[in-house]
Design a binder for this molecule. Sequence first.
Ligand code: FAD
Ligand code: MLT
Ligand code: ZN
Length: 501
Amino acid sequence: YGSTAGLVQRNPKYSTLNDEDVSYFEGILGKKNVIQDEERLVAANTDWMHKYKGSSKLLLQPRSTHEVSQILKYCNSRCLAVVPQGGNTGLVGGSVPVFDEVIISLSSMNNIVSFDKVSGILVCEAGCILENIITFLDNEGFIMPLDLGAKGSCQIGGNVSTNAGGLRLVRYGSLHGNVLGLEAVLANGTVIDMLKTVLKDNTGYDLKHLFIGSEGSLGIVTKVSILTPPKLSSVNVAFLACKDYIICCWTDQNCFNTCDVLMELKRLEGKLLQEAKRKLGEILSAFEFLDIQSMNLVLNHLEGTRNPLPTMHNFYVLIETTGSDEAFDKQKLEAFLLHAMENELISDGVLAQDINQSSSFWHLREGIPEALMRAGAVYKYDLSIPVDKLYNLVEEMRTRLGNVANVVGYGHLGDGNLHLNISAPQYDDKILSQIEPYVYEWTSKHRGSISAEHGLGLMKANEILYSQSRETVQLMASIKNLMDPHKILNPYKVLPHSFSS
Ligand code: FAD
Ligand code: MLT
Ligand code: ZN
């Protein structure tokens, strides 16, 4: 294993699956939706990174909310632990069993229920694959306010349950704003209908928010209602190179006022984002960054990729604009780029000339997780940190680890979200002890979040106190206790073991 979370013990209070259980499930779902096939179980027991592996003997595929309800009611009465699973693209070990929990896959619940072309409100089942929703909306002249590299596999129920952020949060905001309602099944099988399709609804506590980002620990999301914006005609993508702010300091032994130089250069990086927000305003739809180490990984591990700029630079930014007036938007973006060039905020850059070129720019950014996977074992940290300090952590980790691992930094700079990834030939406890708890302590010291968008899962269940107060976690544990008293839903995840057992 590659994480301290691997030290968890199976809780003996959970029952072990028996033949009667299997027969019961076959009775309600039909034999073909009760899966015991070895190969399919291996896939469902293993996470996307191949870092977390469970040993579940059963995968259930309900086709309706009623079937989900019947499954949970039974599991609750038998004290059988379960793991809700969407596309299994989660990155914190939340979507796979830790031990022998029953896997409940939402894949067969993949229908669009309704779409209102006037309001742009979509209602769909939780198992709809994000990319299918994007294509459906595109045909209707609308867009999904959420997009991410895993769109081909992840499901909207998984996205909502992780409160996924993705590539355009800077423009459209989080799912807490875009999800208007949902339907969920509680641990005891009760179906909670909160599937609202109105924008404004102040009738009591807005409980849907409990299910957004709770990673399947409070209920299974079965349907979602989302507000989708109209598709706008003009999209531009620029791939920019920025001034390097690392090398001048750490290699130049004669640089006496390194701190001043560093501060100035960091100010410039922050300034590019600030200027983009100011000068591009309402048309800015993405502000992503990657460092040279990330770029090298992609170029080395993903076929057909190439650097769009003639030389390598230490830092790259991808900026996208989306608006309704092609000439106006282009003029705005070009004026911004000229200003950035003149003020030396960027050292080079290229504007995509067609859709193929913009896709190739996006591929460089979205391909980083896949390239990291191909490079070996990955330690992944998904952090919110004030933008001006965000890259300091990457530099500090490089110093700490020397040449035992490749430290890369990329992420959603527009949201202050750093993806700090440490790539090594294989998982190694010595490397892990150099990284944790240092990364969490550092983030906490800067009042950041140890999970910006991926969730806590198994990986960070015991680290929540770095980002939340003890009293807050205690309240979370009380809510969990109320909604899932037997703790059958996604055990060992999200909350620390000391609060949740
Ligand atoms: P799963 O991985 O199957 O599950 C994730 C969690 O949600 C688990 O705890 C699971 O138990 C629970 N869950 C799943 N479905 C349900 C349901 N219906 N009801 C209740 N609980 C449920 N995340 C981001 O935020 N931004 C990104 O830009 C981003 N990019 C990614 C790129 C790649 C290449 C990959 C592999 C992952 C990326 N992720 C990103 C991480 C991941 O969180 C998202 O891919 C996605 O939101 C997970 O959806 P899923 O359907 O795969 O859920
Ligand atoms: C991304 O932004 O690419 C995703 O969150 C995945 C990752 O962090 O690797
Ligand atoms: Zn991300």
